[in-house]
Design a protein around this ligand. Structure first.
Ligand SMILES: Cc1cc2nc3c(=O)[nH]c(=O)nc-3n(C[C@H](O)[C@H](O)[C@H](O)COP(=O)(O)OP(=O)(O)OC[C@H]3O[C@@H](n4cnc5c(N)ncnc54)[C@H](O)[C@@H]3O)c2cc1C
Length: 412
């Protein structure tokens, strides 16, 4: 049976960072990464549409979520971008920040981030064992027995970085790590998909399939606004997609309530400005059929749907609807849908919920239940908004775990 100082379970964003950081801290440590897929970083390579949105300029707490989101503050703010940038600089990834705050590798290739992590792991002497699925972790008197489908390993410390359910099994996300820790007595917050498309109760999006438009998106629970975002919305055969929808999807992801997703299609105008504009149009275009009333102002098919939703027949003449333009303005400012479902974990970018963070130390990521057992990345009950936050937490939580595990092995 092979013995290691530290075994990192999972060769994803957090696991690879932890393994490289361990060797950077102390080159003499024996470190293994056990990855169940045939290659490491299979999810990482798909991130940011293949470009890897590696972090964000502003990592403040408002962009993170979880039962106790303050848990991530030490990692994301105290270590933050300074440590992320210097870690990646050392392994060859230059980071560039865009005006909107999102950061990418200078190459804009997620594959190059995986390559640099892999190369750093290999050249620093990390034992990367792919096609090794961890089945169980057994606490021993002085460390851990890690059982895999290819045999057993022993380690003084283990770092569990197996992620959760987002992206599906082809990228290694089946929640196996969480099950193993639950068997060891760990509690977890309920899992639900976030940064994901929304299914709507209405069929209207299906009719608008393929249309993209900018909108100010608000999510209401009854009369209470609970989330908002601005950006591109895409209508699809199941409902709504696009960055602005993904950004607010966490609030629908729990699926426990029917919420209203309201699209303001022309947020730059107030309702009275828009009504005035439509009145002017109604006068200018009075001889045209309603079919053409909003053409040149909104996407044609979208405009026609808005009119139909206001009970206006497209064959009517514009002159006939002058008295109804306020209702049209209202519909443009609040094109509403109802939703309590997403397209699920497979299509989501992050899994909300996970290991309850009160069982871990936020400065070291060490378990309070088992000395020498650490967790990092998405498996913990921390998730971020769309914009580089989830990877930022994966990198920084892994660095903290690596630092503490290295220290612990050195003391033994
Ligand atoms: C399509 C997509 C795009 C995304 N884009 C971005 C983005 O641009 N920016 C951003 O910040 N976030 C993005 N995310 C989220 C981000 O990728 C994750 O939050 C991050 O990868 C989590 O890192 P992790 O190491 O905790 O888990 P993962 O990266 O999921 O790694 C876990 C690893 O553990 C392995 N594993 C699991 N179980 C076992 C087991 N039992 N034994 C051995 N190995 C196991 C898995 O195979 C996997 O390799 C995206 C996610 C998706 C799905």
């Amino acid at each position: 049976m092979s013995n290691f100082d530290v075994i990192v379970i999972g060769g994803g964003a957090a696991g690879l960072t932890a393994a490289v950081s361990l060797k950077q801290k102390n080159a003499n440590l024996s470190v293994a990464v056990l990855e169940k897929l045939d290659r490491v970083g299979k999810k990482l390579i798909t991130t940011g549409n293949g470009q890897c949105n590696i972090t964000n300029k502003n990592l403040s707490l408002e962009f993170f979520h979880g039962k106790d989101k303050g848990f991530c503050q030490y990692a994301t703010e105290n270590l933050g971008n300074e440590k992320i940038i210097s870690f990646f600089e050392k392994i060859g990834v230059e980071i560039v920040f865009e005006e909107n705050g999102k950061a990418y590798p200078m190459s804009y290739q997620a594959g190059s981030v995986v390559d640099c992590l892999r190369f750093a792991a290999d050249s620093n002497g990390v034992n990367t064992l792919c096609s090794h699925a961890v089945l169980d972790i057994v606490p021993l008197k002085n460390g851990y027995l890690v059982k895999t489908d290819k045999g057993d390993f022993k380690a003084k410390c283990v770092i569990v970085a197996t992620g959760l359910l987002s992206g599906g099994e082809k990228v290694g996300s089946d929640g196996a790590g969480l099950k193993i820790l639950k068997n060891l007595g760990y509690k977890a917050e309920p899992l639900f998909p976030s940064i994901v498309q929304l299914k709507t109760k209405e069929e209207t999006p299906k009719k608008l399939k393929g249309i993209k438009t900018d909108a100010f998106v608000s999510v209401y629970d009854g009369k209470n606004k609970i989330a908002e975002s601005f950006g591109e919305v895409l209508f699809t055969d199941y409902g709504l997609s696009g960055p602005a929808i993904m950004q607010v999807s966490r609030f629908v992801g729990k699926g426990d309530k029917l919420l209203t997703v309201s699209l303001d299609l022309l947020p730059q105008y107030t309702i009275s400005q828009l009504t005035e504009m439509l009145l002017k149009r109604a006068k200018n275009l009075k001889n045209r059929p309603c079919e053409e009333f909003l053409t040149g102002m909104l996407n044609k098919r979208l405009g026609q749907t808005i009119l139909k939703e206001c009970g206006i027949s497209l064959s009517q003449s514009v002159a006939e609807i002058e008295g109804r333009v306020e209702a049209v303005a209202q519909k443009i400012k609040a094109f509403n849908f109802t939703s309590n479902a997403t397209t699920g974990f497979l299509n989501s970018q992050v899994t909300a919920g996970g290991l309850s963070t009160n069982q871990f130390d936020s400065k070291t990521m060490e378990s309070k239940l088992h000395k020498g057992l650490f967790a990092a990345g998405e498996i913990l009950d921390i998730d971020g908004d769309c914009g580089g936050y989830n990877l930022a937490f994966a990198w920084t939580s892994a660095m903290l775990a690596a630092k503490a595990a290295a220290r612990q092995v050195e003391k033994k």
